[in-house]
Design a protein around this ligand. Structure first.
Ligand SMILES: *Cc1c(COP(=O)(O)O)cnc(C)c1O
Length: 300
């Protein structure tokens, strides 16, 4: 590793990205579908361009992500603009670009109507529904339960359907959207959410497990399924490569100080998540064993 000047760095496996994409692609065979990559999982431009070449669309949660998707050349008919705080100027850009736009609230609907008028284009909208399903994940990443800041609650659905209908020149309703949460391991919840809306240890599930929960529903109603994988496409494709800068002790604890820190990798500390650490070069067979905290140089 001595020849590597800039550390730490993320090292990606292109074959693994391809395999992850292919697993979704094969699971969706026989269905009319779009794989929309949720850009916030990793917005590295080279990766975006690669996923675009594989055939992914893009799921966007900010105006700048929309600009990035335009820059990366995504097929705009496969892009969805999400969010509870979309700005008017960003919605105008979305309307001009012709991406799908999710309606999240009353004020959001008003802004989308204004954006359509300013852009002089009708916007294809989906209603982002809050299905009130508990995804059984870390509370920070649950987005589809009753207390969530996202989406439209059940009792308001008819109001929104009427409101969209009242703007035939600006809006075209093309679907429903919901996002239950991230890091989901129990796929049955997707059937629970779908059944509600399509009629009006960690063993990780595969893309096929996930798609199979809704396959029959989607087929029987002749729907197009848009799925929005983010981390499941990207998370297991890269390593953060560090060098050990030195070893120290405070008398009770031993530390290996590495060059990476919270500045490069905040999630494990934020979510109390498991962080796998491996040596690049194996330890010599006669090495002693002892316990260390692996720490970075910043104060967090
Ligand atoms: C973040 C996000 C996703 C993807 O979440 P992952 O856990 O990374 O798969 C999908 N849809 C929406 C609307 C999101 O905000």
């Amino acid at each position: 590793m001595d020849s590597v000047e800039k550390r730490p760095f993320y090292l990606y496996s292109k074959p693994q990205i391809n395999r992850n994409f292919e697993a979704y692609n094969q699971a969706l065979e026989g269905l009319s579908s779009i794989i929309g990559y949720a850009i916030k999982a990793n917005n590295n431009l080279k990766i975006l361009e690669h996923l675009r070449q594989l055939g992914c669309g893009a799921v966007l949660v900010s105006g700048n992500e929309l600009r990035l998707a335009l820059h990366a050349g995504f097929d705009l008919t496969k892009c969805v603009f999400n969010g509870n705080g979309k700005l008017l100027e960003d919605l105008v850009l979305a309307a001009k670009a012709g991406v799908f736009v999710n309606v999240d609230s009353e004020f959001d609907l008003e802004n989308i109507v204004s954006a359509a008028r300013i852009a002089g284009k009708k916007v294809n909208v989906l209603l982002r529904i809050n299905p009130n399903v508990d995804p059984q994940v870390h509370p920070y990443v649950a987005t589809g339960n009753k207390n969530s800041k996202f989406g439209i609650r059940n009792e308001k659905l008819q109001w929104f359907l009427d409101a969209v209908k009242a703007h035939p020149d600006e809006l075209k309703l093309v679907g429903a959207h919901c996002h239950l949460g991230s890091t989901i391991t129990k796929v049955d919840i997707f059937r629970d959410a779908a059944v509600d809306y399509y009629h009006a240890g960690a063993i990780l599930p595969t893309p096929r497990d996930l798609i199979d929960t809704v396959r029959e529903l989607v087929l029987s109603r002749n729907l197009k399924l848009i799925i929005e994988p983010g981390r499941s496409l990207m998370a297991y494709t890269c390593s953060l490569v560090n060098c050990a800068t030195g070893v120290k002790t405070n008398g009770t604890k031993n530390f290996v100080v590495i060059d990476g820190s919270d500045a490069e990798l905040i999630r494990p500390s934020l979510y109390g998540a498991y962080q796998h650490i491996e040596l690049v070069s194996p330890a010599p067979p006669d090495a002693e064993t002892s316990t260390f905290d692996v720490v970075g140089p910043v104060c967090e």
